[in-house]
Write a protein that binds this ligand. Structure first.
Ligand code: PLP
Length: 480
C-alpha cells in the first residue's frame, strides 16, 4: 500500500461518497432494475491488466448505483432502518485503514479493550443491570447481526443444559417465543438442532397488542413438562419486527424463574430508544434476563454492522465456542487474564467494530443521540396523525416507537379485497421511486409499515410521503 496513492484515491472516493449523499434524493429509493440486469453489463471474467480507478468509478455510477436500493435516502421508510453517520463512517474508514483482526487480546489489545469499554458505556446508558458489565462474570460483545447474537446465546444455553442432563436429551429440549418473534430465532433453532416441533411460537392476540402473554407461556411450559419435554430457552422481544410490540419482560421473567430456562431479550431495533429515560421502562424486567441484544446499526447512527450483545455469564458462551489451537496460544490467553473475543462468537476473525461505536458515542454525545431518537418518534407521530385524519385509513397497532402500521379500508369492507388493495397501494408508492415502504401481515390482514429512522429524514419528507399515499389511494379507489 503506497501511502500517497492511498491519499489520492481515498480523497477521490470520499468525493464520490459525499456527492452520493448530496444527490441521494434524486435516485429512485427502491432500485427499479430487473433480475439479472448486471450480468448484461459486466464482463464475464476479471480483467487481466489493471484498470484505472476512473473507469471503475464510471461503472459504479452507470451500472452499480441503478441496482442499489438507497437505505440512507430520507425517503426510505421500509423494514427497520440501517443507520449511517459521519462518525460511524469515519470509524469504519479507520477500521478499514488499520485493517487488523482482534481474534484474541494479543492480536490487537486496543480492539478487545475498547469493545469492552464501549459496551460497558452503552450498557450504562441503557441502565442494564451490573451483571451485564465486563467487570463481573458477564460482559458485552459486538456481533455482526442480531441473528448471530441469538444463535450464540441459544448455543450456550443448549450446551449448559445438556451438560447437566446429558447430550441424549437434545430431542426433548423446547424453546419459546411468540408468533411475532423474528425469524432469526427459528433459524438459530434449526442450526443448533432443536426439533421443529419443539419450537413454540405462541400465538399473540390483537387485544394484547401482539405481545407475548405470560399466561400462554406458563400454560405451554406446564404442558410441555407434563409430556416429558424440557423447556430451556425463551426469546422475548422489545419492539417486534411487524408492529414493535413489547413483550412484558418482568412478568415473563417471573414465570421462567421457576424453571431452568435461559431468558434472552431481543431489542434489535427498539433498544436504541431505551437510552431515553421516557422509553427505558420498556426494558423493565431486564434484570431477569440472561442475555440482551440491540443493533447499533439499526437506529443508533452506527454504520452496518454492529450488533451489541450482553450476557450475564460469559463462561456459558466461552464453554460453547472456545477452541485453543497451538498456533493461537499466547501467554495472556493462557494466563486467563484477558478476554479473547474469538471465544464469544462463531467466526475466528473479527473487525475493529468498536471504533465506529466509540466514535458515534463521542462525536454525538448522549444528549444528541437522545434527541435524534426523539425526533424520529415525533416525525412518526406526525405521520400517524395524518393517517388518523383520513377516514379512508385505519391505524392497526398502537405506535410505540417510530413505526406506524396502517391500511387503506375498502368501502365494501371485504377482507380479501382489502388485502389486495393494500398490496396494490404498496406497489404503487414503491414503483414511483419516491418512497420505499414494506408490509407485514397482522391477524391475517395485509398491513403497510411506515418506519421513520433514516438519519436524513425531515418533516417535509413525511408530508410528501403522505401526499403520495393519498394520491395513490384515490386513484386505486377510483379505478376499483
Ligand atoms: N430481531 C428483530 C426484532 C429484528 O427486527 C430484526 C431485523 O429487523 C432481527 C432480529 C434480525 O436482525 P439482523 O439482520 O441483525 O440479524
Amino acid at each position: 500500500m503506497d501511502a500517497e496513492q492511498l491519499r489520492e484515491n481515498a480523497h477521490k472516493m470520499v468525493d464520490v461518497i459525499a456527492d452520493y449523499y448530496k444527490n441521494i434524493e434524486s435516485f429512485p429509493v427502491l432500485s427499479q432494475v430487473e433480475p439479472g440486469y448486471l450480468q448484461k453489463l459486466i464482463p464475464d471474467s476479471a480483467p487481466v491488466q489493471p484498470e484505472s480507478l476512473q473507469s471503475v468509478l464510471q461503472d459504479i455510477e452507470t451500472k452499480i448505483l441503478p441496482g442499489v436500493t438507497h437505505w440512507q435516502s430520507p425517503n426510505f421508510f421500509a423494514y427497520f432502518p440501517i443507520n449511517g453517520s459521519i462518525a460511524g463512517f469515519l470509524g469504519e474508514m479507520l477500521s478499514a485503514g488499520i485493517n487488523m483482526m482482534g481474534i484474541s487480546w494479543i492480536t490487537s489489545p486496543a480492539a478487545t479493550e475498547l469493545e469492552m469499554i464501549v459496551l460497558d458505556w452503552l450498557a450504562n446508558l441503557l441502565k442494564l443491570p451490573n451483571d451485564f458489565l465486563s467487570k463481573g462474570p458477564g460482559g458485552g460483545v459486538i456481533q455482526g447481526t442480531a441473528s448471530e447474537a441469538v444463535l450464540v446465546v441459544l448455543l450456550a444455553a443448549r450446551d449448559r443444559i445438556l451438560r447437566e442432563i446429558g447430550k441424549d436429551a437434545l430431542g426433548k429440549l423446547v424453546v419459546y417465543g411468540s408468533d411475532q418473534t423474528h425469524s432469526c430465532f427459528e433459524k438459530a433453532c434449526q442450526i443448533v438442532g432443536i426439533r421443529p416441533e419443539n419450537l413454540r411460537l405462541l400465538r399473540t392476540e390483537t387485544c394484547n397488542e401482539y405481545a407475548l402473554s405470560p399466561e400462554s407461556l406458563a400454560d405451554a411450559i406446564s404442558h410441555d413438562i407434563a409430556t416429558g419435554l424440557i423447556p430451556f430457552f425463551l426469546c422475548a422481544t422489545v419492539g417486534t419486527t411487524s408492529s414493535t410490540a413489547v413483550d412484558p419482560l418482568h412478568a415473563l421473567g417471573k414465570i421462567i424463574k421457576r424453571y431452568r430456562i435461559w431468558f434472552h431479550v431481543d431489542a434489535a431495533y427498539a433498544g436504541s430508544a431505551c437510552i431515553c429515560p421516557e422509553y427505558r421502562h420498556h426494558l423493565n424486567g431486564i434484570e431477569e434476563a440472561d442475555s440482551f441484544n440491540m443493533n447499533c446499526h439499526k437506529w443508533f447512527l452506527t454504520n452496518f454492522d454492529c450488533s451489541a450483545l450482553w450476557i450475564k455469564d460469559r463462561n456459558a458462551l466461552i464453554q460453547s465456542l472456545s477452541t485453543n489451537p497451538e498456533y493461537l496460544k499466547n501467554k495472556a490467553s493462557q494466563g486467563r487474564t484477558v478476554i479473547d473475543y474469538k471465544d464469544w462468537e462463531i467466526p475466528l476473525g473479527r473487525r475493529f467494530r468498536s471504533l465506529k461505536l466509540w466514535m458515534v458515542l463521542r462525536l454525538y454525545g448522549v444528549e444528541k443521540l437522545q434527541s435524534y431518537i426523539r425526533n424520529h418518534i415525533k416525525l412518526a407521530q406526525q405521520f400517524e396523525d395524518l393517517v388518523a385524519q383520513d377516514t379512508r385509513f385505519e391505524i392497526v397497532a398502537t405506535r410505540t416507537f417510530s413505526l406506524v402500521c396502517f391500511r387503506l379500508l375498502p368501502p365494501n369492507k371485504n377482507e380479501e379485497y382489502a388485502n389486495k388493495l393494500n398490496s396494490d397501494l404498496l406497489d404503487a408508492v414503491n414503483s414511483s421511486g419516491k418512497i420505499f415502504i414494506s408490509h407485514t401481515v397482522l391477524s391475517g390482514n395485509y398491513i403497510l409499515r411506515f418506519v421513520v429512522g433514516a438519519p436524513l429524514t425531515e418533516e417535509r419528507h413525511i408530508v410528501a410521503a403522505w401526499k403520495l399515499f393519498q394520491e395513490a389511494s384515490s386513484s386505486l379507489l377510483e379505478n376499483s
